[in-house]
Design a protein around this ligand. Sequence first.
Ligand SMILES: CC(C)(COP(=O)(O)OP(=O)(O)OC[C@H]1O[C@@H](n2cnc3c(N)ncnc32)[C@H](O)[C@@H]1OP(=O)(O)O)[C@@H](O)C(=O)NCCC(=O)NCCS
Length: 133
Amino acid sequence: MITFSDSKEFNPSCLVPLFEQADWSRGRTVEQTRDMLLHTDLAISAWDQSRLIGFGRVLTDYVFRASIWDVIVDRDYQGQDIGTQLMNRILSHPSLHQVELFWLCTRNRQAFYKTLGFSDKEQTGMVWSRKRI
Ligand SMILES: CC(C)(COP(=O)(O)OP(=O)(O)OC[C@H]1O[C@@H](n2cnc3c(N)ncnc32)[C@H](O)[C@@H]1OP(=O)(O)O)[C@@H](O)C(=O)NCCC(=O)NCCS
């Protein structure tokens, strides 16, 4: 049975194998992951027993804006509605009930996010990358 949690009190090394599966998160260390969790406002994780198989997190002011980051489902578990459940748990989380606008960026998962009600009509994002400069 797959269970979901909004606790950040898990061993950050559980996340590293999941991060290894995506090109945008590959190479993240346990130390970086620990720091990231510490400073993240909301983290939702999905578990198969003790195996972390899905993750997504939020940075927010709890009123006006929230950004969603690092949404990922283990490739062995994709296509089983787990990504949808993770996202719905974020969007309906009681701590975020006031937030008027959720923002995320995606290169090639627009179809997935559109099923959840996201729009890509407002193309306003710009990025500054430390790696690129
Ligand atoms: C994107 C991701 C989180 C989706 O998780 P998932 O658990 O496989 O998604 P679900 O099973 O909940 O699928 C929900 C819907 O989105 C669709 N969907 C999922 N991935 C899709 C994709 N790559 N392209 C098009 N549609 C997709 C599914 O077909 C499903 O639609 P349906 O209900 O009409 O069948 C997962 O594929 C993943 O981790 N990918 C690699 C990391 C990544 O790219 N993350 C997103 C960063 S922005």
